[in-house]
Design a protein around this ligand. Structure first.
Ligand SMILES: Nc1ncnc2c1ncn2[C@@H]1O[C@H](COP(=O)(O)OP(=O)(O)OP(=O)(O)O)[C@@H](O)[C@H]1O
Ligand SMILES: [Mg+2]
Length: 364
């Protein structure tokens, strides 16, 4: 069991590319932390530095109390599961799982005990004599996890382990990994570009972009209080709606305006938004913070628009429309009957309006 500390971590590749920038993270013992972000943001590089597979340019990595910067991967007591599983094609499932322990000269009896135990946990006991090519994608994935489990590592590192699976299996394996983590109680760092995977698996989620950490928080914290426009747009599906607004004052009340759109600035934002009076901000509102207006909704939080495209998904309906010059989506109750090109009145939930600085993109 171990915590992992990452201090001022940087990676400059040999060609000069600065892939990881001043990353600081404190991963607690038994915690499941997910690194998420778009392709190329430095997730794998960070993970590989923790694993010892990539040299650290500057900074420190500690596992438990020990600085591991100069420890070879073998001596770090971590186990990594790769995206492509990296199974040996000519070895059986048993041999694949046992190999790492054999290399480390574990006694035969101990190896057998650990492999059977891991196979049991993962439900692959009956497959131990098969070769990887005789397995389905999901079964291969379990073998790759099994190979990590038998090591009894202090830390699991996962690099997009589910990305080769079809959508349904991915959802199923996601639940299995979560259950597995609860059972094994081993610290885990998990890399994915899939924000849903990040939100469902992570005790905490680290959002990265261009090598920088954008925000670290529990899933609902990222969803409810995104630190900047990037995190706001990255977490949640469909994405948060954004519209560039000008802040005006009318009769003592603050409004956010864009073309034909005029919305009251909700009370909790008044003080901070007032500092931008006459200036521009980006207003953000999630699709689920919009609904068809009723007579009870205050006019300041309502606006009129025409529906462009209707997407009936069964459990919800997505209404696509434009407001304030921006394309937007509302996620409404499936019982709502709206047709394409119909004029509608929508209400914004004032408790769920976000404002972002136009230049820095930070939440204000
Ligand atoms: N050996 C290398 N030399 C130079 N640049 C590299 C090298 N390896 C990776 N990079 C660059 O570093 C950046 C981060 O790469 P990394 O693999 O960490 O991204 P990632 O977040 O894991 O992306 P993905 O989601 O596509 O796997 C990318 O821009 C990549 O092109
Ligand atoms: Mg990667």
């Amino acid at each position: 069991m171990a915590n992992v500390t990452i201090r001022d971590l940087n990676k400059n590749y040999d060609n000069g590319f600065h892939a990881v920038k001043d990353v600081n993270l404190e991963i607690r013992d038994k915690e499941f932390v997910v690194l998420v972000g778009p392709s190329g943001c430095g997730k794998t590089t960070t993970l590989r530095m923790v694993a010892g597979l990539e040299e650290i340019t500057s900074g420190q990595i500690l596992i438990g109390e020990n600085v591991v910067n100069d420890l070879p991967p073998m001596d770090r007591n971590i186990a990594m599961v790769f995206q492509n599983y990296a199974l040996y094609p000519h070895k059986s499932v048993y041999q694949n799982m046992a190999f790492g322990l054999q290399m480390r000269k574990y006694p035969q009896q101990e190896i057998e005990k650990r492999v059977r135990e891991a196979a049991d946990i993962l439900g692959i006991g009956p497959l131990l004599d098969r070769k990887p090519r005789q397995l389905s994608g999901g079964q291969r994935q379990r073998v790759a996890v099994g190979r990590a489990i038998v090591r009894h590592p202090e830390v699991f590192l996962f690099d997009e382990p589910l990305s080769n699976l079809d959508a349904q299996l991915r959802v199923q394996m996601r639940v299995e990994l979560k259950r597995l983590h609860e059972r094994l109680e081993t610290t885990a760092i998990y890399v994915t570009h899939d924000q849903v995977e990040a939100m469902t698996l992570g005790d905490r989620v680290v959002v990265m972009k261009d090598g920088w950490v954008q925000q670290v928080g529990e899933p609902l914290e990222l969803y409810g209080k995104p630190a900047n426009r990037f995190v706001a747009g990255f977490i949640g599906s469909p994405s948060m709606n954004f519209v560039d607004v000008i802040i005006n004052e009318l009769g003592g009340a603050l409004y956010a305006e864009a073309q034909m759109l005029r919305l009251s600035v909700p009370p909790q934002h008044q003080d901070r938004v007032r500092a931008h009076l006459g200036g521009r901000l980006t207003l953000g509102v999630r699709p689920e913070a919009l609904r068809l207006a009723s007579g009870a909704d205050p006019a300041g939080y309502c606006f009129d628009t025409a529906v462009d495209v209707v997407e009936p998904l069964g459990n919800e309906i997505l209404l696509n429309f434009r407001a304030g010059g921006a394309p937007m989506v509302a996620r409404v109750d499936p019982a709502v009957r709206v047709r394409a090109h119909e004029n509608i009145r929508l209400a914004v939930d004032p408790a769920r309006v976000h404002f972002f600085d136009e230049k820095s993109a930070a939440a204000i």
